[in-house]
Design a protein around this ligand. Structure first.
Ligand code: SF4
Ligand code: SF4
Length: 226
């Protein structure tokens, strides 16, 4: 899922203070799961932003809403509850959701309330960890299901760097070395030979180096991203 964090309150206030009537719009998917942008968080933010202490003049009028997925054009289009007179939307979605809402409601300003951070998974209750950077050319088949792009601090492809110590990464003892994990998992799987195979250098073009990417579904296994 996509993980995001609420921006600092002062930053949000600075971005909305010029507007008089704002729709605070939660997103009911990824950011709900990571407890940063769902209906409850939108309600809480709405409550906080309605306090006069944040503004020199009167606070804006705030209404709250939520869309199941703000990154889905059809769902954004079906959402008919933008109140008359709204002069901005404060979106608690990821960057994809904010942009979909902005496209659909152009020219209404749509302001992000979150910083979109990474593609991750729940590691423990209340903790989410980065797992994938959407490189477009997945190598998990050869790395024991552990991503060297997102989980190695240097995105190395040929084993650990000299900073790997007792299973920890040189960036900090609480960060596992991805390559130590890859090695140990492949060993448990009796697949260490995968590390000895010579592979072509990774093709980074599907990773976004060639400009904005899009995906066109053709048939099973034929999906093409460009
Ligand atoms: S190799 Fe690429 S696609 Fe696969 S998990 Fe890592 S970043 Fe994501
Ligand atoms: S210590 Fe391991 S995870 Fe950290 S940068 Fe080096 S190889 Fe990558």
């Amino acid at each position: 899922m996509i993980v995001g964090d609420l921006k600092p309150l002062e930053e949000i206030v600075a971005a909305i203070k010029e507007y008089k009537q704002i729709l605070v719009l939660g997103c009911g998917s990824c950011v709900t799961v990571c407890l940063s942008g769902g209906e409850k968080e939108a309600e809480h933010l709405c409550h906080e932003l309605s306090k006069p202490k944040h503004y020199e003049g009167p606070p804006p009028a705030l209404k709250m809403g939520c869309i199941l997925r703000q990154c889905e054009q059809d769902l954004v289009r079906e959402y008919q509850l933008v109140p008359q007179g709204t002069d901005a939307i404060l979106s608690l979605a990821c960057g994809a959701g904010v942009q979909t809402v902005a496209d659909e409601h152009d020219p209404l300003p749509v302001i992000p309330a979150l910083n979109t951070t990474f593609l991750g998974a729940s590691a423990k209750p209340g903790i989410w960890a980065e797992m994938c950077r959407g490189c477009g050319d997945c190598v998990l088949t050869f790395t024991g299901g552990i991503c060297p792009v997102a989980r190695c601090a240097k995105s190395l492809f040929n084993g650990p760097c000299g900073g790997s110590q007792n299973g920890s990464c040189e960036v900090g003892l609480d960060t596992p070395c991805a390559w130590a994990m890859i090695y140990l998992r492949l060993k448990r799987q009796d697949k260490l030979h995968l590390l000895e195979e010579i592979r072509a250098p990774k093709d980074w073009r599907p990773g976004g180096a060639g400009g904005p990417r899009k995906r066109i579904r053709v048939g099973l296994g034929d999906g093409k991203s460009s």
